[in-house]
Design a protein around this ligand. Structure first.
Ligand code: BES
Ligand code: ZN
Length: 626
């Protein structure tokens, strides 16, 4: 408790010094972002009004986007927006989203990494632009699903995925996380479909179909704009939590995620009030390319975490945690991505510990650490193995890996161990409090750490150690690695079985295993095993047909390594049905390691490609090209 006051004093003094320095408070400079063309020194967007009409036949959306800016350079005569594959039909300039008059615009040639800069002429008094446009069928941030790709098989489905830089493929915008805006949106849908957004819905669900209105009253970065349209139903879980999903999925989803309210309360207790009002989840069809996406008020989630036993709900803990780390204190540029994902992964494990206990949290930390070690091996660019990748000229998605998640979480666990849990909790709570609704850089995080914990307790953690966490391509030798007693027992049982014991002997233990113990068991098996052992294992535990998407994934990897073809037909179906990158990209990569495997991978991809999200298509193409 002493520390709370000390941190408080240091920060108050710093704030006073910066705020009372001169006359008018200067707005903070927007950090330069190589992934955006926006001229943020001249114009900074503060509000967006969006009108969107998806057309499922042409797979395009017709849009009107009105943006209002804070003018920072009165002499500037042009505002530059990010776009990708947009067809712009009209641009107008105005004042406070009124008094519109046509203005000229040009669209620069596109680059593969960032799309095209849209340059709009701005008369001296104008502070708003209105752009009329349509998206293209291949828009990187949209996925258009046929009815066959949905659970219900009767209605089409559309969803957006804006992080990191795909918002520009469905809205012309300053597409960088250093800029925050509020927005209003009107979505026009076919009569039998429901639109949801990561924002407040203006009419209660079930109201006027065909037109849905939303507003986001808190300032968010562009990567948190999100929309989905489909045959959706809502099921309440608590006063402020609920689930949106297709009708046949919504009950199972609500059961699986019933602990969400408990998770929110556990997080609030340590890190401060949940600030976004409602926390709902949207369960997407299985082609959703991520496990989850922390869209504010409405996490988007893969159905592959609905295992029936809540064993994969740490995903909810993760996306919920972003309501603090990411959505309140936001990475200023994509190089600072670990401030979103590493801090969130640390919080995720704390939430899991609070709600489900230390045993599960430890197991998941060990699994995360193994992911980190494996993931590093697949990265060709050395900087991508560190917490601070060089993203100049690159789509941030090209550097995506477990490193920011797990090296980041290990860094914070290290700080927790060094300074003690209570003081570290206090530190993180202050970090969120003092930086809410702001974009934050790694340099700011380090300065904050130095001016608080490292000043109050000198010589506990050194500057050199902090630098090593940020810049090292490996886990520092002084890291405190996660341990799991449960996994030690799994390893014992595994060793006995491999040394010649019978599968029935293993069954006595394994029948009580949780999902995480199964994952550890499968991932720790030698990559070359004799076929009889694999067959016996499969027969005893039905791994090829496992309904748990993570266990099936781990089993298929083992199957590929051993050329255990009995699993291939089920694996092929899995790869055609599921589009979540984390579950399918490693299977493609493993297959591509041998010539026959590569041929099979190409064959599967030829069939499955059309059902994948553009981001998943890109990732798999990259793996198959190597
Ligand atoms: N924000 C990420 C998803 C993301 C990151 C999308 C970068 C696009 C670009 C989300 O919070 C996330 O990390 N999801 C994980 C799940 C989590 C439990 C580790 C995923 O999708 O695997
Ligand atoms: Zn995340």
């Amino acid at each position: 408790m002493v520390s709370r006051h000390r941190i408080g004093l240091t920060l108050t003094a710093a704030l006073l010094a910066s705020r009372c320095g001169g006359a008018a408070p200067k707005p903070p400079e927007i950090p330069a972002d190589p992934a955006s063309y926006a001229n943020v020194a001249a114009f900074v967007a503060t509000h967006l009004s969006l009108d969107l009409t998806p057309d499922f036949n042409t797979r395009t959306m017709a849009g009107i986007a009105s943006l209002t800016f804070e003018r920072r350079d009165p002499a500037a005569r042009e505002v530059v927006l990010d776009t990708r594959d947009l067809h712009i039909s009209k641009a107008e300039a105005g004042t406070n989203e009124a008094n519109w008059a046509g203005t000229t615009f040009t669209l620069d040639p596109a680059t593969a990494a960032f799309g095209s800069a849209l340059r709009i002429a701005m008369p001296p008094e104008a502070n708003s632009v209105r752009v009329t446009y349509t998206t293209s069928p291949g828009a990187k941030g949209l996925q258009w699903l046929t009815p066959a790709q949905t659970a219900g098989k009767t209605h089409p489905f559309l969803f957006t995925q804006a992080e990191a830089i795909q918002a520009r493929s469905f809205v012309p915008i300053q597409d960088l996380p250093g800029v925050r805006l509020r927005y209003d949106a009107t979505i026009h849908t076919p009569a039998d479909l429901v639109a949801v957004m990561a924002a407040e819905m203006e009419d209660a669900p079930g109201g006027a179909h065909g037109t849905f209105k939303f507003h986001m009253p808190l300032p968010i970065p562009s990567y948190l704009i999100a929309l989905a349209v489909g045959d959706l139903k809502f099921r309440e879980m608590s006063e402020r939590t609920g689930v949106w999903a297709e009708p046949s999925v919504v009950d199972a989803a609500a059961r699986e995620f019933e602990d969400t309210e408990k998770m929110i309360q556990a997080t609030e207790q340590v890190y401060g009030k949940y600030q976004w009002g409602r926390y709902d989840l949207l369960v997407l069809p299985p082609s959703f390319p991520f496990g989850g996406m922390e869209n504010p008020r409405l996490t988007f989630a893969t159905p592959t975490v609905i295992a029936g036993d809540k064993s994969l709900v740490s995903l909810v803990a993760h996306e919920l945690a972003h309501s603090w780390s990411g959505n309140l204190a936001t990475n200023a540029t994509w190089t600072d991505f670990w401030l979103n994902e590493g801090v969130t992964t640390y919080l995720e494990r704390r939430i899991v510990e609070a709600v489900y206990g230390r045993r599960l949290a430890d197991m998941e930390a060990v699994i995360g650490f193994k992911d980190l070690e494996e993931s590093r091996k697949t990265l060709d660019t050395p900087g991508d193995r560190t917490l601070l990748p060089d993203l100049a000229g690159r789509d941030p998605d090209d550097a995506y890996s477990s490193v920011p998640y797990e090296q980041g979480a290990l860094f914070l666990s290290f700080l927790e161990a060094k300074f003690g849990r209570d003081r570290f909790d206090e530190f993180l709570r202050r970090w969120f409090d003092d930086h809410q609704f702001q974009s934050v850089t790694t340099a700011q995080f380090v300065a904050f750490l130095k001016s608080t914990l490292m000043t109050e307790s000198p010589n506990v953690v050194t500057d050199a150690q902090v630098q090593e966490w940020l810049h090292s391509e490996t886990v520092p030798s002084f890291a405190i690695l996660p341990k799991s007693d449960a996994f030690a027992k799994v390893e014992q049982a595994s060793a006995i079985w491999q040394a010649g014991g019978l599968v029935e002997g293993l069954a006595a233990t394994a029948n009580g295993w949780t999902t995480q113990e199964w994952l550890h068991f499968l991932n720790s098996l030698p990559r070359k095993m004799n076929e009889a052992l694999l067959t016996a294992l499969d027969k005893q535990f039905n791994l090829t047909t496992s309904g748990n998407a993570e266990i099936a994934h781990a089993w298929y990897r083992l199957a590929i390594a051993n050329h255990y073809t009995a699993a291939y037909p089920a694996m092929q179906q899995y790869m055609e049905r599921i589009g979540r990158r984390k579950l399918i990209v490693p299977l493609y990569r493993d297959l591509a390691a041998t010539p026959e495997g590569l041929a099979l991978a190409k064959k599967i991809f030829a069939t499955a490609r059309e059902g994948y999200h553009p981001m998943a298509q890109d990732s798999i193409e990259a793996v198959l090209k190597k």
